[in-house]
Design a protein around this ligand. Sequence first.
Ligand SMILES: [Zn+2]
Length: 127
Amino acid sequence: MYCPECFQNTLKVKSNGVIKLAFNGKSKASSIFTYNLQKETQDQLIAKLRDKIAEFFSFYSEFQNKSPIKNFEAFSSDFVCTNACKIDYVNTKVSMIGVIFTKDEIKTVLNEQAQKHGLEIEVYLNH
Ligand SMILES: [Zn+2]
């Protein structure tokens, strides 16, 4: 991945950190979870992702005027540049899609949970 400071392909994900989720740009305060790539299996990480998506969908399904979920983000600030750049962690968020979770894993969980909660979903994961 490209570093936002030196623009080299030197940005690496940290072995543990925090992932935030956003749906149509919205999140619950609890739409956040930790990951530890050394201790957790991919199945455990997907289970956490599923729980957080289910939690948001359950909340969102109560809304009167729901627009379809068109935008989904899973992002983090837990990256380091191997050139030792000082990264502005307040303003830098990098997508975890394709890094920790594949697009297929994300799509599978989103579709499964949308169906379960009766929500319309039209997410295209182009990033
Ligand atoms: Zn850098």
